[in-house]
Design a protein around this ligand. Sequence first.
Ligand SMILES: C[S@@+](CC[C@H](N)C(=O)[O-])C[C@H]1O[C@@H](n2cnc3c(N)ncnc32)[C@H](O)[C@@H]1O
Length: 421
Amino acid sequence: MSTSCFDPLSRLRSVPWSALHGLAPVAAQALSLVLSGQPAERVLDRTLRAHRSLSRDQRQALAEAVFNVGLWRRRLGFLLGDPESPVPAFLYAFLHRLAGLPAGEAVRLSGVQAPLALVSEEPPSLALRWSLPDWLAEHFIREFGPAAEDFCAHLNVPGPITLRVNRLRTTREALGERLRSEGVETRPGALSPLALHIVGPRPNLYGLDSLREGLFEVQDEGSQLLGLLVEARPGETVLDLCSGAGGKTLQLGAAMENRGRLLAYDPDAERLDRLLQRCSRAGVSIVQVLRAPPEGVLADRVLVDAPCSELGSLRRGPDLRFRLDPASLSALPRVQRDILERAGRLVRPGGRLVYATCTVNRAENEEVVLGFLREVPGFRLVPPGAGWLDPSCVREGFLFCAPHLHGTDGFFAAVLERVVG
Ligand SMILES: C[S@@+](CC[C@H](N)C(=O)[O-])C[C@H]1O[C@@H](n2cnc3c(N)ncnc32)[C@H](O)[C@@H]1O
């Protein structure tokens, strides 16, 4: 029996499913690609480009069908009694049992010949209830215990679209007004003072002048907390050691009010190129991109936004969970520990080191940090965000936030200080 009160299926009631009429062959073609392992986002994009004359409702219904059948495939396989059932049967089972359409309507829209017999019992396992690979469901049970049910239910709805205001250009209030004038309603985030959540249907943000003018970036509220934990100040030397395309570098540059030195390193050269483009749009002028691993720096603050298994971001894509390789998880703690040790050598005495991930895996989170503290002398753990961070985001001395607790993606962070002397 499910113990989660949260119903991830309720949002499906407002989808205009009748717009799928006549589109069963198009849906079946897209779904067969998704169910055979192709990324749903890319398949949908190609499908919509090949059928440009579809109405708004048809596009919405098709997108929801492709994403949701892709997402719920394990539960649908259970309902059908055979995970190898034909693709239209998956669409039928989804429309009838999960989206709640009458059997006749589900037959008409899915392309099956007649109503299909579906299993009537509740799915007996967490993996089948929330449509996860068995190994991943077992992992979440180990991580969360009884709360795994609620966590997994929250993985089955897309997260909110959250913006981070660029304080170099505007304030959160002024940005909210500006977006309203562009037809986009927002509400302030409760955890990050920089966050605005989009209210209502997903807008085309990329068409907005406010984005082109660098007034905001799209960034999950939990991710914003990681950047805030660095507590970067104007005039300091700050190193972003896994900068990627610069989501947090931009945030750090704004916190530093464009004064001081902001060093960004990532082994992926293409991401560093994108970082530079984003800096110019956002007006961040103090970034120095490093094309080789930094040496000999003694920074006031170092951020390690480590490469990780990304289990905290699974709700961002309907099929990410099915493309994970459990073997790759076990290799990550070694890599993370190496990066953290390298980072430790680049922090000045009295300086701050923030280790962060977007995963829900103690082996990549607490265990990496506690192992580092045991074996590398001269660092201590400090309470994260003392004085400003909502206490609900602190677990056993670390930042921890998650969809079922905070409405954010899943994030972990440790704040360490290099002891003087
Ligand atoms: C979680 S992503 C960083 C996201 C980025 N900080 C942001 O906010 O957009 C992790 C990054 O670590 C980088 N990375 C992988 N191995 C690394 C290493 N040995 N040292 C530093 N960075 C590494 C990856 O290329 C990737 O861009």
